[in-house]
Design a protein around this ligand. Structure first.
Ligand SMILES: [Zn+2]
Length: 257
């Protein structure tokens, strides 16, 4: 699309689908980590949220009605990690399926002795390559209160979306280890190993121990803390904070509204 046409379409969407002021203010009041942003960031976030809502399709599971209030709450938190990268980083999917509560997924694993272990996993969100993003509304709604623990299901799932698009944590072996990207991802992998050792030793961590599961989970869990409890993340893991600051091009620990 030519530049002027895409700018015109963008402007028309921003005007026609503008988020009503009371709804935007309600969203900021519910999620103080959004309200803490500078006026410039908030304007950019509001615009990006409007464009996101115009592009994505929300569906409620099992008859759940997705209200405007719910859609704006999800969209604004989803856009936060993409704020300085650009909305195209969230292009990898269209659908967002909202469940009332966590979804129980049956899991199976066959160990080396051929014994099959089966268990139920409780999912409050899931992002699959090209597929819809699934979110449990109960966890989305709690995001204001759970921010103190560095927990945010929307940021977690959209960090996965960004990761899948950019191949952020994939292809560790294929990158030039001395190149800019190679140095970055290897530094993140070192931090991940250290974190996994700490979790293994049974020591308490600020970051959700789920991040020890795999490098991509470490990236997603660290992104949650980076956006909703940046000071706590920076205090416990300054190197991780610096790596994410470089990647997301944001410095949330030094924000003043
Ligand atoms: Zn995850």
């Amino acid at each position: 699309m030519s530049g002027w046409l895409s700018r015109w379409r963008r402007q028309r969407t921003l005007e026609r689908r503008a988020i009503p002021e009371p709804l935007w203010q309600l969203t900021l009041a519910r999620f103080p980590f959004l309200a803490a942003r500078s006026a410039d960031d908030l304007q950019a976030l509001r615009d990006m949220t409007t464009l996101f809502l115009a592009q994505k399709e929300f569906a409620g599971a099992r008859g759940l009605e997705v209200s405007d209030e719910m859609a704006v709450a999800i969209a604004a938190q989803a856009c936060l990690p993409a704020l300085k990268l650009g909305l195209e980083w969230l292009d990898g999917f269209v659908g967002i399926v909202v469940h009332e509560d966590a979804v129980v997924a049956p899991r199976q694993h066959e160990d080396e002795d051929g014994i099959v272990h089966a268990w139920d996993e409780e999912l409050s969100g899931e992002a699959m390559s090209g597929g819809p993003v699934m979110l449990a509304w109960r966890d989305v709604e709690d995001a204001g209160a759970s921010a103190a623990d560095g927990y945010n299901v929307v940021v977690h799932e959209f960090a996965h979306v960004i990761d899948m698009r950019g191949g952020v944590t994939a292809g560790l072996e294929s990158v030039d280890p001395q190149g800019e990207r190679g140095l970055w991802v290897n530094a993140l992998a070192d931090e991940y190993e250290r974190f996994a050792d700490t979790v293994d030793s049974g020591e308490a961590t600020f970051l959700d121990p789920y991040g020890a599961e795999a490098l991509e989970e470490f990236f997603a869990v660290a992104a949650e803390a980076f956006f909703v409890a940046p000071a706590a993340l920076e205090a416990e893991m300054p190197a991780v904070y610096r790596l994410l600051r470089g990647f997301f091009r944001q410095d949330p620990a030094r924000m003043s509204p």
